[in-house]
Design a protein around this ligand. Sequence first.
Ligand code: AGP
Length: 610
Amino acid sequence: MCGIVGAVSERDVQGILLEGLRRLEYRGYDSAGMAVLDGKSAVQRAREVGKVESLAAAIEASPLSGHLGIAHTRWATHGEPSQLNAHPHMSGDRLAIVHNGIIENYQELREELKADGFEFTSQTDTEVVVHLIEKNYRELGKLYDAVKTAVTRLRGAYALAVVHADEPEHMVVCREGSPLVIGVGIGENFIASDQLALLPVTDRFMFLEEGDLADIRRDSIEIHDREGALVDRAVSRFEHSADAAEKGEYRHYMLKEIHEQPRVIKATMEGRVTDSRVLEQALGIEAGELLQDVRHVQIIACGTSYHAGMVARYWIEDLAGVPCSVEVASEFRYRKHVIQKDTLFLCISQSGETADTLAALRQAKKAGFRAALAICNVPGSSLVRESDLVIMTQAGPEIGVASTKAFTTQLTALLIFSLALARKNGLSAEREADIVKALHLVPGQVSDVLALEGEIAEMSERFVEKNHALFLGRGSQFPVAMEGALKLKEISYIHAEAYPAGELKHGPLALVDSEMPVITVAPNNSMAEKLKSNLEEVRARGGELFVFADRAANVKPEENIHVVQLPEVHEITAPIVYTVPLQLLSYHVAVLKGTDVDQPRNLAKSVTVE
Ligand code: AGP
């Protein structure tokens, strides 16, 4: 939720930290701060409310200077966005800390530390951690030991980076439930919540495991696991080019990411499908044997990833004939559930660090299932490490908070998985070949849809003054409508709801009038005729319809019916293609409304807290 970055080097670290924060801003952006040590004086600290650029301006006016530093960009959980609540937090003037996560027992610790004489200046849960470390430091005299002892008292999720002015040659970091990566340099080392933050300085990374505690110096990295054993964590190279995280010619990351979809969908197919069939080995060596045993699929995810799971349910039940349940992680984790032994537990997550999804997986492990499959976009993420099978989407870094290319690559991976499972369950070679051929056409069809951007941008002008919108779809297009509604509300702040079109007459039709735009995804499929009757119901109530349909669906533009004609697509692959015009529509509405497209209010890219 928040982003942390740290550096220990021979050179001045202020610029490295600031660039790291800019790259982490997608994780939180209500305030930012930095603490730097020069080995001579006390901790130098700067904190500002607002985006990283406010901090940059403050630092430009009065620079910090030193070879060791930590920095933070915040997404408020405990306490409003304010300078006092911004990180780094300090105890006295020599100890500083940055934290990503939530300390659940902070109230209890706060009372205890107050009784010990510590004074609190913020409303955050983090401040208890820094005072707790200070208390231990006074007794133990070593920062590493003080952090090690302090974390035994913490309940909740945290990634921490800690520095002390009396030990200016190192920082101590640890993780439990929140991501933390170490960037390995030459004669300098770094830490961050996400590799992207460190791409300007290194492409070699070590991922900390849950419970790890590490001592990071210029020329050494020492990691101990939860049991205190000295451990090696493998160094891996970052797979995507550094400029994958740049905006390039585009005005927003979101627009760039929408336009990257033909390429990344293709990349997600690469090595996993031939001309006519899926390669199940590409899902993992054990995939063949494992899929044979699967009698039920339980999908867990949040937000956009949940919508991908909703589409996959149609594919899994239709193609494989295997029962499939889909649930949002935040609900699943807090109810009693029955998981059969032959269940494949499928978690979908762009980041692989979503707290609810990880918690659901960990809980389900206790209940027992055949295996866990992750569909994820971030190599080395917690989800990837904790799953038996992994299908990596090849979307590359997704920076815009509103998920776009992650969704369509998730769908691509899910369709490949569904076909592999279906083959074990009697899908004919002909049907498989027919769908795989259709999948190969998707990148081109998405490019064709992107070419309609001008038309869609023009259409978006009709939404600027609206306060509400309804999205309709039927069958596997219903989750596409849900995703369309999520995109619109997320970045344009227009209230939007999605309904399966057949549900309209059971309630939402009451909302339809000339002020309620109704957006419909209507490919010519087995549900087309029924959907058209639903559209008539809307028209008859004076509603204004915006229909995305192919020629064969035969929806004619008339007064109050605006039609964008999409390419003809296979019914199975249509959800991937029909998602794209809805992304473009939301994007252009948001641009016209002047909202912050890449960093919409109140949201963060990676929800690593509950
Ligand atoms: C989508 O636009 C959102 N940013 C959000 O719903 C997101 O999909 C959700 O938080 C899940 O994230 P994940 O895929 O990284 O687990």
